[in-house]
Design a protein around this ligand. Sequence first.
Ligand code: PGA
Length: 251
Amino acid sequence: MNLPYIVGNWKMNGLRATLAEARAIDRAAARYPKVEMALAPPATLISRMREVVQTIDVGGQDCHVAENGAYTGDISAAMLKDAGAEFAIVGHSERRQSYGESDETVRAKATSALDAGLSVIVCVGETEAQRDAGEALNIVTAQVAASVPQGDDIAPRLSLAYEPVWAIGTGRVPSVDDVEAMHRAIRETLVAAYGKPGKDVRILYGGSVKPDNAAELLSADEVGGALVGGASLTAESFIGIVEAVSPAEAE
Ligand code: PGA
C-alpha cells in the first residue's frame, strides 16, 4: 500500500534564501511518517536543497529528451540525477502549453528520466473548453495512454498527476465526484498499459490544492497524493496540506 505522496512544484520561484522553507518542511517531515513528501525546486537549487534536507525527496520540474548535446539552456535527466534529484516531473501543462510539448515528447522525456535512474511524475489534464465540451475523460485518458513510458518494470517508478488546466493557480477545484471519475478512468488506462502493476501507480491530484481543501480532495477514491504549486512555497501551507491528509504523530 502506497503512502500518500505530497509533492511541491516550486515552478520558477525560489532563491537560496527560500531553502529555509525546504529545511522547515524537512524538519517537520519527521512528525509525518505516514506521508511521503517531495519538492521540485528550480534546477538552480536542486543540489543545494539536496544538501540541506534528509527526509524529503528532491526533483526536477522538467528534463530534456537527450542525455547531452547542443541544447542551449536545457538540462538532461542525467544532470538532474547528478545534482542529487530522485525524480523528475514531465509534461506539466505549463510546458505543454508554453513550449508545445506533445504527448510523444512527454513520453520521450519520461523514458529518459527512467533511463537516468530517476522516478518520474507524468502530468496530464484537460482545458476548461475541453471540460465544457464533455471531452475531459477522453482527452485525459488519451494523454495518459500516449504519454506514459512503455516497457516492463516501469510502474513502481511512475506516478501520474491529474491537473485540470483550469484549476492550476486559479483557486478553483473540480468536485470530488469529478476527481474520482477521472482518477478511476486513469487507473483503467494504466492497468491497460501495464497490467497488474498499473494498479499500484500513484495518481496525484493537482490544481489549487490548499490546506483547507486537501482533506476532501485526497480522500477521493484513487487519489494517492497531491502535486502542489503555490501552496508548496512556504512550509506553513505545505505542512498544512500534509497535516490535513494525515495528522502529525506525537514525538
Ligand atoms: P497550483 O499549481 O497548486 O498553484 O494550482 C499546481 C501545479 O501546477 O502543479
